[in-house]
Design a protein around this ligand. Structure first.
Ligand SMILES: Cc1cc2nc3c(=O)[nH]c(=O)nc-3n(C[C@H](O)[C@H](O)[C@H](O)COP(=O)(O)OP(=O)(O)OC[C@H]3O[C@@H](n4cnc5c(N)ncnc54)[C@H](O)[C@@H]3O)c2cc1C
Length: 298
């Protein structure tokens, strides 16, 4: 997410400093956009950065920060011009070392029992002034650019393909009547439906990628986010159906007699309820599609 931002909006010095290390995974990033009162309405964000000499002093809170507990750096949207006439103005894009004094990370536990998201607090965090990416106060343009890319990434064709092919393998080895689940006409039909939808998604991803240009967000990325997250959820729901009632036994894979895929089917299904929320909720994507693609007025 942040690589293309630095490549497009960063200075040469920032590109040299961050891009090779990011591509190498020497820097592991997290995303500091959402706040407790700024999710769908992201432009309402309140985390503030005030310039003091050659440093920004950052105060505020981010939330839902995925894998923030492992991150070396965070890229954050902060308000640098609180008096700007519109809330979309006066936002800037800062990159911050997670080891900077004043940053604290608190875990949020998810419905599957796992810990992948966090709250991140900034208490007088001092950030060198040259860690702003792009122009001061123009962070909203960067945020839209990044979110367009993020939404394409939230339609993970490869991951869905693998999950669907695993589900087929499991259906083919799960006994049912005289054969396996895969011999059941309704199960076989569902595979065909999901595989067809996946092929359509893959073609759309390629179309969006081919049409993307410059620093303008591609509104069709919202279609990918919407359909990709729905399809991913459908596949994980189907996998839980194939795993059957045994998968409701709530335990960790190393603490059960069940095969790992069966034990993980329900937690995975529950975990991926998140996909229709993150990257901008699916309701919000529908609004973007209505206005940005269909030209409808709200
Ligand atoms: C697992 C997970 C990981 C995440 N990771 C990150 C991360 O790493 N970094 C980060 O910055 N954020 C992250 N997010 C945050 C995510 O982007 C927000 O949760 C999302 O944008 C929704 O914001 P919200 O949670 O504040 O819900 P709200 O905006 O409060 O929305 C609540 C409900 O109201 C609906 N709604 C709101 N506005 C409208 C509208 N205008 N029209 C129709 N319906 C509307 C929403 O669809 C939703 O159903 C993550 C979220 C989750 C669940």
């Amino acid at each position: 997410m942040v690589g293309p931002v630095i490549a497009t909006f960063g200075s040469q010095e920032q590109k040299d400093r961050f891009l090779p290390a990011t591509a190498n995974l020497d820097i592991w990033w997290c995303q500091g956009f959402s706040e407790p009162d700024a999710g769908s309405d992201l432009a309402s964000l309140r985390t503030q950065a005030v310039l003091d000499g050659d440093e920004w002093v950052v105060n505020g809170q981010k939330t839902w920060t995925t894998l923030g507990q492992y991150a070396d750096w965070i890229f954050a949207l902060v308000r640098t011009e609180p008096d700007a006439p519109k809330k979309q103005m006066g936002i800037s894009f800062l990159v911050i070392d997670m080891l900077t004094p004043g940053i604290s990370v608190r875990p949020i536990q998810l419905i599957d029992g796992g810990h992948e998201v966090n709250e991140v607090f900034f208490d007088n965090v001092r950030v060198p002034a040259d860690q702003i990416i792009g122009e001061r106060g123009k962070g909203w343009t960067i945020a839209k650019f990044l979110l367009g890319n993020e939404r394409v990434g939230v339609a993970p064709v490869g991951t869905i393909k693998r999950a669907l092919s695993d589900a087929k393998k499991h259906a083919g080895t799960t006994k049912s009547g005289r054969g396996t689940l895969l011999d059941e006409p309704l199960i076989a039909l569902r595979f065909v439906e999901l595989e067809t939808q996946l092929a359509a998604l893959e073609l759309t991803v390629l179309r969006v990628a081919a049409n993307s240009h410059g620093d303008k967000p591609e509104p069709a990325s919202s279609i990918l986010k919407l359909r990709g997250s729905q399809l991913q959820q459908d596949v994980f729901e189907f996998s839980a159906d194939i795993a059957g009632p045994a998968s409701l036994q709530w335990s960790q894979p190393d603490d059960t007699d069940l095969e790992a895929w069966t034990a993980l089917a329900t937690p995975t299904y529950l975990n991926f309820r998140k996909a229709s929320i993150y990257g901008g909720s699916n309701e919000v994507q529908r609004s973007i599609i209505a206005s940005g693609i269909l030209g409808l007025k709200g």
